[in-house]
Design a protein around this ligand. Structure first.
Ligand SMILES: CC(C)(COP(=O)(O)OP(=O)(O)OC[C@H]1O[C@@H](n2cnc3c(N)ncnc32)[C@H](O)[C@@H]1OP(=O)(O)O)[C@@H](O)C(=O)NCCC(=O)NCCS
Length: 184
């Protein structure tokens, strides 16, 4: 059981998916990496994450370093014609059971313009077609109704609720578990 070396090689690389370029975090220039950090630190993104503190440059660099040769997770910044659109990730990748958890955030300047949909379909292509996973799962704060509606519009089903699962600013919050199974 476990992830083969080949899987690891697939994770730590860049991809072209239709008109999007998926650049692995470990391949980003310092400037690109800092742009990613600024999107992640923006209030409209940070407010919906498990970790809501401002990420420092050093912390971000340590995080990126940890993605080298990582068998269980991959993060990609997504570009369209050199314009950074957002970030997609696959974590808790389990090759035996053929699932992963996804993550997504759009650069704040691109919110409400249909970019999330493009990023999500690139992520599904990567997970289902390139890596060959069977299912995708995600966890979303119950109060993030915008994201829940976004996932439902894109074929994800609610599969459960993790009650009082995340401690955010001193308050326990419910998490909605959602999933999609590859139909091909
Ligand atoms: C959740 C999130 C990824 C959705 O991304 P998005 O780009 O806003 O979502 P969509 O691709 O569905 O686009 C949504 C809007 O664009 C509109 N839209 C869709 N296609 C469009 C197009 N081609 N042209 C113009 N507008 C379009 C939709 O009508 C919709 O409008 P609304 O948001 O006012 O209802 C994004 O809001 C985000 O990054 N949020 C913060 C982080 C977060 O919550 N991540 C999820 C944690 S689990």
């Amino acid at each position: 059981m476990g992830i083969s070396v080949k899987q690891n090689l697939i994770l730590e690389q860049n991809y072209n998916v239709e008109n999007l370029f998926l650049k692995h975090f470990t391949a980003l220039s310092e400037e690109e990496s800092e742009a990613v950090r600024s999107w992640r630190n923006h209030q409209e993104v940070r407010a919906f994450m498990y970790q809501q503190h401002i990420t420092s440059k050093e912390e971000h660099q340590r995080f990126v370093k940890g993605l080298h040769n990582n068998l269980e997770k991959g993060y990609w910044a997504v570009f369209k014609e050199n314009e950074g659109l957002g970030v997609i990730s696959l974590t808790r990748i389990n090759i035996f059971h053929s699932y992963a958890f996804l993550g997504i955030y759009v650069s704040p300047q691109w919110h409400h313009q249909g970019v999330g949909k493009q990023l999500l379909s690139a992520l599904e292509f990567l997970a289902f077609q390139k890596i060959g996973l069977h299912s995708l799962r995600l966890e979303v704060l119950e109060e993030n109704q915008k994201a829940i509606a976004f996932y439902e519009r894109n074929g994800f089903l609610k599969e459960g609720c993790l009650r009082d699962f995340a401690l955010i600013h001193g308050q326990f919050k419910n998490i909605v578990l959602m999933g999609k199974i590859d139909e091909n």
